[in-house]
Design a protein around this ligand. Structure first.
Ligand code: E4P
Length: 217
């Protein structure tokens, strides 16, 4: 399973990239706002930190506008992945960009039928939003499971990118459901390593080690 980080904060991205565990980055207009940076400038900086796909989202609602914005964004770096909304115009732009060999991420997916359309449009990634479905009392993980079955039924190569992840259990359940990628907020990604028994066990080992009076090397 690939791990993307869901942020436009370059300090967080650099810290996580240094671990060697980061496969890509997703941004969106809200995350760009939070960063307080210019979209082209910050996205370029992110692309220099991470080799994998960096999703940058268009904001136009019509096909022509999306294609114009995609042309600007795709010039930022070779690893740009154009993020498009799950609308008819977004799917049409996805089809055109994917046919040109451009990586694409169709975002704001809340149903299996929407995911089916994105795969038919040749999307590189489909982003089902788990947390926002959970917020409405609908089990977001069921959507990941449904998409997995549909894509496997027809051999679609579109990768399922579990998005709107809010908890460490969302990451585990997405992996169990067969998502190809999870895009995770930095704090949740860092929390994946935590377990109280790991800390307790390490304390005990170090206390015993100190009693041996030894040093390695
Ligand atoms: C995905 O690409 C989105 O940027 C993100 O996961 C949305 O998450 P949210 O619902 O927590 O805003």
């Amino acid at each position: 399973m690939k791990f993307f980080v869901d942020t436009a904060d370059v300090d967080e991205i650099r810290e996580l990239a240094d671990t060697g565990l980061l496969d890509g980055v997703t941004t969106n207009p809200s995350l760009i706002l939070k960063s307080g940076r210019d979209i082209v400038e910050v996205t370029k900086e992110i692309c220099n930190i991470v080799d994998g796909p960096v999703s940058a989202e268009v904001t136009a609602l019509d096909y022509d506008g999306m294609m114009k914005e995609a042309a600007v964004l795709s010039k930022i770096a070779d690893n740009i992945c154009i993020k498009l909304p799950l609308t008819m115009d977004g799917l049409k732009a996805c089809k055109a960009l994917s046919s040109q060999g451009q990586q694409t991420n169709v975002t704001l997916c809340f149903s299996a039928n929407q995911a089916l359309l994105a795969a038919k449009a040749g999307a590189t990634f489909i982003s089902p939003f788990i947390g926002r479905l959970d917020d409405m009392g609908i089990d977001g993980m069921e959507l990941i499971e449904e998409i997995r079955v549909i894509y496997d039924n027809y051999g679609f190569e579109t990768q399922i990118l579990a998005a709107s992840i809010r908890t460490v259990n969302h990451v585990k359940d997405s992996a169990l459901a067969g998502a190809d990628v999870a895009t995770i907020p930095p704090s949740t990604l860092k929390a994946l390593v935590k377990h109280p028994l790991t800390d307790k066990g390490l304390d005990a080992f170090l206390a015993d080690w100190a009693k041996t009076g030894q040093k390695i090397g």
